[in-house]
Design a binder for this molecule. Sequence first.
Ligand code: NAP
Ligand code: MG
Length: 398
Amino acid sequence: MSKITMTTPLVEMDGDEMTRIIWAQIKEILLEPFIELKTEYYDLGLTKRDETEDKITTDAAEATKKYGVAVKCATITANAKRMEEYKLKQMWRSPNATIRAILDGTVFRAPIMVNCIKPAVNNWSKPITIARHAYGDVYKPAEMMVPKPGKVELVYTQADGTVTRELLQEFKKPGIVMGMHNLDDSIQSFAMSCFNYALSVKQSLWFATKDTILKKYDGHFREIFEEIFKKKFEDDFKKVGIEYFYTLIDDAVARVVRSEGGFVWACKNYDGDVMSDMVATAFGSLAMMTSVLVSPHGYFEYEAAHGTVTRHYYKHLKGEETSTNPTATLFAWTGALRKRGELDGLKDLQAFADKLEKACVETIEAGTMTKDLFALANLSSKRHVSTREFLQRISERL
Ligand code: NAP
Ligand code: MG
């Protein structure tokens, strides 16, 4: 059998700990035997980031702008403990934050569904993708304690000196106060990413805010989404047979729970933070959750939603076989390969990505899985195997 060839390199961002081990195994067992893999390799492992003063992360993000599609392994976000462990020169910023700042975009998270793991919500038969806005609101606030009676106002001073004031509260007793903001640019790119993503997966887009209460603030989000939809996406949505649906956030929550799934749910920053944990947990496991950063300029970066699985890595270092679930990392690769295939018109590469995902899902459904799924799987005959064996079983099925 001749190997599938690629025309444009994929930006490959290697990472840390257990996921770095899994990364190499996926390539060895499931990709390299079938594809003439063409990648531009960036090692985002913490050691290399430290050695290059984090230039490697910026370079990898810039390469993504050049080629359009990247696949990223989970990476350690440095903290005080890691500074000590890796003898770091500096507490480097989270690579995801650096990459997001350069590519500017929205993160979409979707569960990988297998028929032997039932979502906690019975009627969810299709995945629900959460699209979380990642800028502003309560994540970039100004807060104050109000210890004594007094007046709190919002004051906006324009460059020409014009002042606009809005009374927030006339405090008669102690209290607290907060101001928050967002930017038209950021909301527009959030909307663009959501509409583009919904089109690319051919699923309807839901969006919800609390614009009955925050008439100006949340109302502005609603207006921007509506305007962009009408101007740029309405016709394409009709062609594909999907819809854009706006409702109030509380109504959305009720409808999501009653739904069968199969749509993209765009959430403001806080709603997305809270709802993505709810949705991920209700679907079963973080190890079965894909994540893709979609920039408004059309760049894609695929990764797993989980971290570097440190606890398993320390076992691995002691020479113990681990049963870490490689599914989300594998789907990061298939997502990136499929997108590369779409952009370059490589039908066989797209078909390979589909078949590999199918082989992985069917391996689990046939009863061979990693330990984390073993407890959840509703099967009369099942067994848990090591990561390597799991990948080998997928390869046989493929
Ligand atoms: P984590 O790596 O996601 O692991 C948390 C726990 O979840 C694990 O100990 C394991 O539970 C379970 N788990 C996660 N993924 C699994 C998988 N594929 N297979 C089986 N079990 C899995 O989160 P963390 O321990 O909070 O973070 C570890 C490191 O990852 C940190 O340095 C953090 O900065 C980094 N991180 C990176 C990213 C990213 O790059 N996108 C995201 C999050 C965290 P058991 O131990 O009970 O088996
Ligand atoms: Mg959260």
